[in-house]
Design a binder for this molecule. Structure first.
Ligand SMILES: Nc1ncnc2c1ncn2[C@@H]1O[C@H](COP(=O)(O)OP(=O)(O)OP(=O)(O)O)[C@@H](O)[C@H]1O
Length: 230
């Protein structure tokens, strides 16, 4: 599904991403872990096209996308849930969901499946995004990213500032989407237990490099928890 090879990225003279290589497969959750400032968000922004990379390739189903605009990448099947959610506070829930359809023809309806995944949104269609709780906004941000039917879903710290019951709901949705088998999911997460429960594959980053990787089931024995707590 997604293949990243030799990716280097700079902010000015600072070398942030250093030769990253990994694959994210359909039907799997790939969890990216690492402390603050190691480059996790920069990696996700590079995949989406919000920052440009200096070298390397990003392939989606075999096609290079690293030179495409974010809009083009969304059209080719990348869905992005940014850190901090970035929902439109003055727009209604329904209009926020419609924004997720911006890459589709004008008459494309909001998929009913989104309300099955997040029933709370159906009750709140007419509310303004800014009036929702943090957890509801996070669910809205995920639903908005799903509206266009992505084959790669990218989530940046979806549990940040969210209450435990909603974290559980979000975890269930992520698992369900992965288990359908046609979508690859990349999840950046600082909350170890949430990450470990969902990970099929994990990558640990330090200073812009992947320093440890493996199967999700091996995270504990590989010592990932200790590495994150130091
Ligand atoms: N727009 C920018 N311009 C210059 N430097 C930046 C910019 N954005 C991030 N950085 C720097 O790049 C490095 C990686 O930041 P990034 O946000 O990708 O880390 P992160 O692992 O996602 O951290 P966090 O968990 O805090 O979001 C940090 O040193 C950060 O200060």
């Amino acid at each position: 599904m997604l293949k990243v090879e030799g990716v280097n990225q700079y902010y000015g003279g600072s070398h942030i991403l250093r030769g990253l290589d990994f694959e994210a497969k359909a039907g799997e959750v790939t969890v990216v872990l690492g402390r603050n400032g190691v480059g996790k968000t920069t990696l996700l922004k590079s995949l989406v096209g919000l920052v440009s990379i200096k070298s390397g390739s990003i392939r989606l189903d075999g096609t290079e996308v690293q030179r495409l605009t974010p809009y083009e990448r969304v059209r080719r099947g990348i869905g992005y849930v940014p850190q901090g959610r970035e929902i439109f506070g003055r727009l209604t829930v329904e209009d926020n969901l419609r924004m997720g359809l911006a890459s589709k023809p004008g008459s494309t309806p909001i998929p009913a499946e989104l309300y099955e995944l997040f029933p709370v949104l159906k009750q709140m269609l007419g509310r303004r995004g800014g009036d929702l709780s943090g957890g509801q906004q996070q669910q809205l941000a995920i639903a908005r990213a799903l509206a266009a039917g992505p084959k790669l879903l990218i989530l940046d710290e979806p549990t940040e500032g969210i209450q435990p019951s909603v974290i559980k709901d979000i975890g269930r949705v992520i698992r369900k989407l992965a288990d359908r088998g046609d979508m690859a999911i990349i999840l950046v997460e600082q909350y170890y237990d949430f990450a470990a429960e969902l990970a099929d594959q994990y990558l640990v980053m330090e200073r812009g490099e992947i320093v440890l990787r493996g199967r999700g089931a091996d995270m504990e024995t590989d010592g990932v928890r200790q590495r994150m707590s130091i």
